[in-house]
Design a protein around this ligand. Sequence first.
Ligand SMILES: Cc1cn([C@H]2C[C@H](O)[C@@H](COP(=O)(O)OP(=O)(O)OP(=O)(O)O)O2)c(=O)[nH]c1=O
Length: 210
Amino acid sequence: MPSSILSGSQLFLASGSPRRLALLEQLGLAVTVVEAPVEEVALPKESPRSFVMRMAIEKALAGYNKVSGHDIWVVGADTLVMQDGDVFGKPRNHQQAKDFLHKLAGSSHKVLSAVAIVHQGEVLSDLSETMVSFANLDSQQIDNYLATDEWRGKAGGYAIQGKAAQFICHIDGSYSGVMGLPLYETSALLAELGFTVLQPTSLNNKEQKS
Ligand SMILES: Cc1cn([C@H]2C[C@H](O)[C@@H](COP(=O)(O)OP(=O)(O)OP(=O)(O)O)O2)c(=O)[nH]c1=O
């Protein structure tokens, strides 16, 4: 990926997450991925909500700084799992994923998913919160799930869009938010920034309207 991408009217996703790309594409949008890694470390006393919002904004801004062009929109997002004051990001290893799943089993947790969009220097962001309830799981079920490797790179050590769906008895909120990019909030922010989402092509409608 070149460090500076010249573009016309275009939607960029500042993310290495294939889930986020798939979700944006689900809206029928043509998306260009721009890699813009940021350091994902919470500040002292930073709340989970502030942290996830800051991460989404930093990712979007880092992506924005890598592209050039007038009519560009850059999306960044961040997702984490919160339970009883504990915050679960992406597990560092198999053991941590196992610990997360033992805590999530037979209980409810919250998934926080923030999205930020930058357009012409303006930054808008929003936060989606979803309650997810897991059924009781025994150690064998958890070990079997861990063996699928689907826990890797997923906040909380599971993916709702994969085999973990069989453990989830209830959600209250946004499925796409749990998966990594809340599409309702994303579409609303894009619209606020002048990008009409329901287009047959990825080209932004500003030019097409005039
Ligand atoms: C809870 C949950 C998370 N996830 C994923 C979404 C995110 O990719 C990941 C959370 O990690 P993030 O740090 O939010 O994102 P990322 O590192 O994968 O991608 P990037 O920073 O480049 O945008 O967990 C699922 O795919 N399904 C789920 O059910």
